[in-house]
Design a binder for this molecule. Structure first.
Ligand code: R5P
Length: 287
């Protein structure tokens, strides 16, 4: 049975269809002191596949409760799919007295899951934080499908060297084009500086590929640079379209043509589903 988190209802339904498994109805309650409750009353054993993006503190609590609820109801196996793992960017202690939040979350999830599936986690090294077995799904190549067929002399760029593999995956899936990357310096949570890549963007269509668009600071800086360099159309492609605060406005003002993302985070730009990748990964870890 597929058990959906509140932030992953469309993806969980698509996974249920892909795997030909029933989709559970989750029930919610909130107590007078503010505590939340997520329950799966109809679950009656077998394998439970919890699909829950953790893009908020409430979503993290819900995920832990869903895992525990199905375990309490006699689940033979709990496979937890975290399409977008929040706190993943806090993967080290940034200063004295700081937590490694990603590790704390991974440990908590591991108490209730037999297996974990992560879609494009911010860093592959995050997998070592889990005590449970982790399968990583790379869905970046799917981002090529919604791009127009007529891209002119396309240039696929990542905003920093760390994301170059994502840009290469999309370029390969698209079938033609050049790949390059920016150098990025982050000054604060919302202030980012990108420095030019080697490639000349003048007159070309560009696709900037990243794992996450959160505040849009990184992406809008890169879009602005390309537009001032004479790029024709500039597209943004990301696995996790968080788009918090005024990210959309920043991107529009920078001159973006279109942003495309996957349904790891359910937004209006989530035009690509990772359901086939997730279904394959769940089956693989279960065998
Ligand atoms: C950073 O390493 C990530 O790959 C993204 O570039 C970053 O998380 C995007 O954040 P924002 O949209 O807030 O600039």
């Amino acid at each position: 049975m597929i058990v959906p988190g509140a932030s992953s209802q469309a993806l969980a339904a698509a996974v249920a269809t892909a795997m030909d498994e029933p989709l559970a109805a989750v029930e919610y309650d909130r107590f007078p002191d503010g505590e939340t409750l997520a329950a799966v009353p109809e679950f009656d054993g077998g394998r439970a596949v919890v699909v829950a993006t953790t893009d908020s503190n409430d979503a993290w609590v819900e995920l832990l409760q869903l895992q525990d609820a199905v375990r309490e109801a006699g689940a033979a196996e709990v496979v937890t799919v975290i399409p977008y793992m929040g706190y993943a960017r806090q993967d080290e202690a940034f200063d004295a007295g700081h937590p490694v939040s990603a590790r704390a979350m991974a440990k908590a999830v591991s108490t209730g899951a037999d297996r974990v599936v992560l879609v494009n986690p911010h860093e592959e090294a995050l997998t070592s934080f889990f005590d449970a077995h982790v399968t990583v799904v790379d869905a970046a190549a799917r981002l090529a499908a919604p791009l127009p067929d007529d891209l002119s002399d396309p240039l696929f760029l990542s905003p920093d060297s760390g994301a170059i593999e994502l840009a290469e995956s999309v370029r390969e899936a698209y079938g033609r084009g050049e790949t390059d990357y920016f150098e990025k310096v982050r000054h604060s949570g919302t202030e980012v500086e990108v420095t030019p890549s080697d490639a000349d963007a003048a007159g070309r269509d560009a696709v900037i590929v990243d794992d996450i668009v959160a505040t849009g600071s990184t992406m809008s800086e890169a879009v602005s640079y390309l537009r001032s360099d004479g790029a024709a159309r500039v597209f943004a492609a990301c696995v996790h379209p968080l788009l918090v605060r005024n990210a959309r406005t920043k991107l529009e003002r920078a001159g973006i043509e279109r942003i495309v993302g996957t349904d790891t985070v359910e937004r209006d730009v989530s035009v690509v589903s990772v359901a086939p990748n997730v279904a394959a990964a769940v089956d693989a870890v279960t065998q």
